[in-house]
Write a protein that binds this ligand. Sequence first.
Ligand SMILES: [Fe+2]
Length: 384
Amino acid sequence: MTDERELVLHNVRTVRHGLDVAAHCGSDLAALGCSRVALVTSAPLRDLCKAPLKALHEADCEALVIDSGDGEPTTDDLAAALQAAREFQADAVIGLGGGSAMDVAKLVAALYSGDQALGEVVGIDLLQGRKLPLACIPTTAGTGSEVTPIAIVEDIEARLKKGVVSPHLVPDFAYLDPRLTRSMPRGVTAATGLDALTHCIEAFTNRFSHPVVDNWALEGIRLTGEYLERACADGDDMEARSAMLRAAHLGGMCLGPVNTAAVHALAYPLGGEFHIAHGIANSLLLPHVLRFNLETSPGRLALVAEALGIARSGDDTADALEGIERIEALSANIGIERHLSSFGISENTIPHLAAAAMTVQRLLSRNPREVTEADAQAIYAAAL
Ligand SMILES: [Fe+2]
């Protein structure tokens, strides 16, 4: 909370915002001497690849489209994508899609040389380098993966999400074109938007928060509060789409230097075992974790409320509670389930969920209030 705290930022070299900016990917990669580009995406997004493929063609780059798999990526999806890229002899990688496609692309670029295997780089700062240039083109507005040093794949056999965190995963180029998010269905718009909101709130209320990052977080919260309902109500509302893409990008910028906290830690077991989409899992827990955090962070949570449009009354706790109610109303307005029980989770499951969440100490340790296993159980119970 002090500006004397050391802050390390690993930034994307070039970020292009605006309509049709993905058309620059060919010349940007060609300028680095690349001529064989592996474009990693998921099958339903093939249509959105037309513009980048045309741009690559015009820059005399050969391109191979690689399927990143359906849903959240697995270690098998990654292995298949890596093999395809190697057979093609790629010299650059583009990830086009949501967090899944971008995360696979990031790991393909990082592991392509074969110097390290996935098992050797799972964890923090274990990746030694990345030989291939990397560009990311988000088609959702949530993960901010186009700017983060993080990639996550699921090991189906171990029923575990494996996270790689390294500055070498930060892409060289990010292209933010709101038009590419237009075809996103309402449910995905809602869930990914709440993921972005959670990134911003968990960074702002984090034990490791920093004034530089605070500004990004508050702006991301403000944009989500103002525009997410609009983006969900009318997918063609380009002002809302653009604002949400910006909010997600700002949320992503918070993840590297500050990261998330208890909401994400408690959400992990819901994704890994109950296959609840990441943004939904966060939104189910967000109000309950914030109420839990209120006793340690009334001032910060009052500022979150203010960014969400709540007028300040002079009573931080009352303002913060109003802000939390605003988040609950936002979730309800965009059609997101509010209770864990809707996903088949019962009281009997809670001890197991809490035990799994306690293993995510790298995030729990960032929460402004210490979370014990009993606390985690109480938070899940409140969310039932
Ligand atoms: Fe997230």
